[in-house]
Each structure stands twice: as structure tokens, then as C-alpha cells.
Design a protein around this ligand. Sequence first.
Ligand code: AMP
Ligand code: GLY
Length: 418
Amino acid sequence: MDKKKVLVIGSGGREHAIVEALSRSPRVEKIYCAPGNAGIAALAECLPIGVGEVDRLADFAAENGVDLTVVGPEAALAAGVVDTFMSRGLKIVGPTKSATRIESSKEFAKELMAKYNVPTAAYRVFEDFNEALAYVKSRPLPAVIKYDGLAAGKGVVVAENYDEAEAALRDMLLDESFGKGRVVVEDFLAGPEFSFLCLVSGEKVYPLELSQDHKRAFDGDKGPNTGGMGAYSPVPFIPEVVREEALEKIMKPVAKALVKEGAPFCGVLYGGLILTADGPKVIEFNARFGDPETEVVLPRLASDIYSFFEAVTEGADFTPEWNERPMLGIVLASKGYPGSYRKGVEIKGLDKVKSRVFHMGTTEKEGKLLTAGGRVLMVVGEGDTLAEARENALKDIALIDCPELFHRSDIGRQAILP
Ligand code: AMP
Ligand code: GLY
């Protein structure tokens, strides 16, 4: 069989998990990763090309006979990497810039959902501070205020009172601290959140297993919003009928809607969903693999991921198979994250760890492994139950020696603890 070369774009834990899954494929002979990290380097050849350097990435793929490219981060999508690859006839898994608006513009996503009757919170869009404030005051609390644009998951404020709401609106609309001001104000939805990642090819939707992220920095869902401090899969309190409902009423209609609107989607459509008393509703969409969800979902994939990606680029049938064993991953982040933090601190003890460890922000220097980001490592425990997976992850974390790292100890609480 003709063996394949794959390029993965990105440098985090999500890309490490994609590379790890590809490394298990009997069809793949060579994996490149641009730019990669110290963990990825054990499985792939890392390239000194940034995620936004789309022409250099395409040149590399064309000159080195890369059969398929997989995009991790939104920055690469926003830079138009998929449009460039497609215009040059290079195979790539990821949405075009136009389809990426489902993530990059909350207003676009909200309008699409309203037009196609996809369940989500009632909302309005504002540019004017006084109008926004008047609207907030006319609605029940808490108010959810979202900056409209890419803000790395941090441009959302859940305001418990009108003072907090006013401060958030001032920040986003008057101080322009986020860039050009425009906000979506929406009603608060109550219920457990879960992540539904689906590979999508036009109207075709290939659902992955459910997972749950933990966005706040500290135990008990306290502290600031982060990129995600831990995740697990499966999600036992989301019954199969709810998943089915989310697939039929949310994910498939949105894929269809994007085709109708002239922005057909290829890649991962990530539904950030919430199970309300009226069924599942959309909190947000992302146009890429979730991070850290990917690190607990892809290790459960039993099918060959290269064949899966290939089917997606061709719109062919493919039914992925999954391992039943639960995975629970805990992020080790630099103290201070998501605010400022130190980099370049040595990490020891990884050689003793038995669980999977995905590198989120590491680098190697003179044979030493160093921290190089806010989120640094993710230890993914596996077990017969989620509780056992959690114990295994925590046991292994205790073996990792780095004074600059902290982690949450309650990942999976909703699913495990009474
Ligand atoms: P987002 O960036 O839109 O995913 O929002 C970040 C987090 O804010 C979500 O994971 C939720 O916890 C919370 N959130 C956002 N929108 C709502 C909403 N309408 N109701 C309740 N919580 C929300
Ligand atoms: N885990 C949240 C995200 O990937 O945006």
C-alpha cells in the first residue's frame, strides 16, 4: 500500500493528540508538524514555520509530497491557510476563511442559528454602549456579554449584576481594549455544558464522542476563564437521546445551513452545547478541534484516523469506532495563567509517568524540557471508570516535578462525585 505523508499545523496539546493518533495509523509513514513542540518532536519532524505563514506551509506541502494537511489552531484558519491550500490543489482538513466565521463572528453564528431555527439563547447585537446597557437592564440577570470577534475564548463575561454588566460593556465598547467594539448580549442558559465535536464535509456530518471541558482556572469553577484546564470523555450524564437530538437539531442543520449560505464547511465543527430544561442548546461554535477536548477524544478513536480524514476530504461514508475506556485529562498550567507567567522553567520526572502526556507548551533546550506557555502539559489518565482514569492522572501528576505548574484537582467532578 502507498504510504502517506501528513502535515499537522499547530504547536499545542491538540496537535500532539492529532499527531499521536496519526502515528498509530498503518497508512502513515511520515508526519510533519509546523511548528510543533518538544513532545510532538518524538513522533513527527517539527518544521520552523509559523501557523500563519500560509504560503511557506503550502510551499512545503507541495515540495515534499505531503498527501494531507490537518489544521489545528484558529490563527491558521483566520490567516486563510485552507483557501491557499485549496487554490493550489493541496488536500487539507479545515474550513475556508468564509466558513470559519461560524467561530470568528458570534454575530454570524447567531444570525445563522436564528435563520435556520437552531436552538440557542435569545440575543441582540450592539455597537452603542447606551443601547446595550438599556437592553441588559430590560432582561433578567445574569446577563451574558460577548465580544464579537476572536478573543481566544476570553471575551465573554457572565454578569451577575448590572454594575458588572456595565463594566464589561464599557470595556468592550468604550475602551476598545479588545479592538473594534461590537458585542452580543444574550440570555443566560442553565444546565451542564458539553462539547460535541463533529467532522464535517459539506452536508455530511461524522460525529465524534462527547467530552466536557473545564474553562475556569481553579477548583469549583472559580477564577478567570481559560482555554480549558481539563476534559474527559465520555460524558455519562448526557444520555444517547440527547446526543442524537443535538446531532439532528443542531449539528446537521448547521452544516446544511453553511452549504446553503455559500460557505460549505470542511473540518471540525465544534458545538459548545448546554443541556437546558428545554433540551440541548448552542453556547458557541468553533471551527476546529477543541483544546483540551481533542486530547481525551482522539485517544478513544479505534479506527484509522488517516482513513477518517481522507473520507472527510472526499465526502465519503465513514463510521468511526471508539474504545469504551474512559479518558480523563488534567492540564498543568504555569502559575499565573491565564494572566502573566514565567517561561523557561525545567520540568522533570516525565520518564516515570505511565499515562499519556500531551505537550501543550514546552520546548527543549540543551537536553532539558522547559515550560514555554500558559498551558504546559496535559496528563490523560485512562481507566475502567472515569473515577479510575482520574486517579491514574492524579497519581502521575504527582510524579512530575516542576515548581511553576498548577492544576485543578476536580476535573470530572460533575460526572464522578455525587
Ligand atoms: P463562549 O466563549 O461563548 O464559549 O463562552 C465561554 C463560557 O461562558 C461558556 O463555556 C459558558 O460557561 C459561559 N456562557 C457563554 N454563554 C452563555 C449563556 N448564554 N448562558 C450561560 N453560560 C454561558
Ligand atoms: N476547549 C475550548 C476550546 O477549544 O475553545
